[in-house]
Design a protein around this ligand. Structure first.
Ligand SMILES: *[C@@H]1O[C@H](CO)[C@@H](O)[C@H](O)[C@H]1NC(C)=O
Ligand SMILES: *[C@@H]1O[C@H](CO)[C@@H](O)[C@H](O)[C@H]1NC(C)=O
Ligand SMILES: *[C@@H]1O[C@H](CO)[C@@H](O)[C@H](O)[C@H]1NC(C)=O
Ligand SMILES: *[C@@H]1O[C@H](CO)[C@@H](O)[C@H](O)[C@H]1NC(C)=O
Ligand SMILES: *[C@@H]1O[C@H](CO)[C@@H](O)[C@H](O)[C@H]1NC(C)=O
Length: 384
């Protein structure tokens, strides 16, 4: 890691100011000045003195040298028999720092004010999942004051594809950022095996920018989270300032690493010797306190990355002597309803839950509206 020298930083800043200035002129010419035939040159010196350029600069600008492939990783026993994505993971497993492409250092009002964030929603989303982000923004992940406390939202992303498609997706994220201010993006390749990296990069960001957020919901962009209920649940603790250990979700105990190379979850014995993982909560969605998030980050510094992100969280908790717990309201595998006499999208089934996995965006939207319908009445005896 090295901090950019002040001169370079100022030079960068001037460059950005100039860029923002050009953008602003384009904007003014398009939107404020009117049709082309009315176009008149703008006296730019006046414009700049009146309007602050719309840029947010980070108070810390970090730059990282490009992380080099570890060629010796190929010396590992049976390396040549591993699937390509596992080889790729091993070649880059030591890389833990990547530059940010989109940052929001002020998301929590700065480190000092971050205790005002009661529930920070941290949602893993690959760049292509625009439709999912869009529906979450208007349903359970809406930023709002809920029962007197603040809910804030962040999507965490890497990069996808190459060439023009990669450029298009990056442009899309930039536009989303301009409109919603909810994107953290790092310069690494999105993949299932890189989710642990994504998680650790987020925790590093949190320690720097939002260390006092009280609670976090960490999850995927395809879950249905009843954030109203989460706030009530978290507020019900005697100490609810996030300073105590909390880690709840769908608890997995005695899970065995999958040793089949063809599996999405393949973990060879060379990566995890033990035949069981420590207890962990399914990565679809779990709730944790700000305290526990920072402990996990601390522990992660001395634990080699494992390509299964939720099991890795369990390893970090284990090292700190902390336990994940289960919560009946978290249904990571979705609801198990076999009777076809029950509508699996009946809002009454979801009203009292905290989190359910796997929802298509349209159902998400409908369900969120329906559980907030004041005329909704649920006859629990009949339904459950
Ligand atoms: C490991 O790999 C490197 C680079 O391929 C090679 O130079 C080195 O000799 C190998 N070390 C061992 C112990 O096999
Ligand atoms: C590279 O891989 C080898 C073999 O797995 C490992 O011993 C070494 O620590 C790795 N180097 C880095 C920088 O991670
Ligand atoms: C990321 O993936 C693209 C193709 O998807 C590849 O061309 C590129 O080399 C990868 N970058 C790194 C740093 O591995
Ligand atoms: C993780 O991201 C790094 C940086 O872009 C890339 O080199 C590596 O190939 C990715 N790993 C996997 C398993 O995709
Ligand atoms: C994490 O580590 C830092 C530095 O070692 C320490 O100051 C901090 O108290 C630790 N935080 C937690 C929550 O354990």
């Amino acid at each position: 890691m090295f901090r950019v020298s002040r001169r370079k930083f100022l030079k960068g800043k001037r460059f950005m100011l100039a860029g923002a200035f050009v953008l602003m002129v384009v904007y003014l010419s398009k939107h404020l000045i009117g049709f082309e035939h009315h176009f008149q040159p703008v006296d730019v010196s006046k414009v700049t003195s009146q309007v602050e350029p719309p840029i947010k600069t980070s108070s810390y600008i970090f730059s990282w040298p490009r992380c080099q492939q570890n060629i010796s990783a190929a010396n590992m026993t049976d390396f040549s028999s591993f699937p390509d994505r596992m080889k790729d993971f091993l070649y880059y497993r030591h890389c833990r720092h990547f530059p940010m492409l989109l940052d929001l250092p002020d998301k929590c009002g700065g480190p000092g004010k971050s205790a005002d964030v009661f529930l920070l929603l941290v949602i893993k989303s690959p760049p292509v999942n625009y439709d999912r982000r869009e529906v979450l923004r208007k349903t359970w992940a809406k930023e709002r004051l809920e029962n007197g406390v603040w809910i804030r939202r962040l999507f965490i992303l890497g990069m996808m594809d190459s060439g023009y498609e990669k450029e298009r997706l990056n442009k899309l994220l930039e536009m989303e950022q301009r409109e919603y201010n909810d994107i953290l993006q790092w310069d690494f390749n999105e993949s299932f095996y890189n989710l642990t990296l994504k998680q650790i990069l987020f925790l590093e960001w949190m320690e720097r920018n939002c260390p006092n957020a009280r609670f976090l919901l960490n999850g995927d962009d395809d879950v249905f989270a009843n954030t109203d209920n989460m706030v009530l649940y978290l507020q019900s603790f005697e100490v609810n300032d996030g300073s105590k250990h909390l880690f709840i979700g769908n608890l997995n105990i005695n899970m065995e690493p999958i040793r089949t190379p063809g599996s999405k979850y393949f973990v060879p014995v060379q990566l995890h010797e033990s035949d069981v993982f420590p207890p962990y909560c399914s990565g679809g969605g779990f709730l944790l306190s700000g305290y526990t998030a920072l402990v996990i980050y601390n522990m992660s510094q001395s634990i080699t990355l494992l390509p299964i992100d939720d099991a890795y969280m369990g390893m970090c908790l284990g090292k700190a002597g902390l336990h994940p717990s289960s919560h009946i309201g978290v249904k990571a595998a979705g609801l198990d309803i076999s009777s076809n006499r029950i509508d699996t999208h009946d809002p009454c089934l979801y009203k009292d839950l905290l989190l359910v996995h796997k929802f298509p965006p349209s159902h998400m939207y409908l369900l969120w509206q329906r559980i907030h319908d004041p005329s909704l009445t649920c006859d629990y005896k009949k339904k459950l």
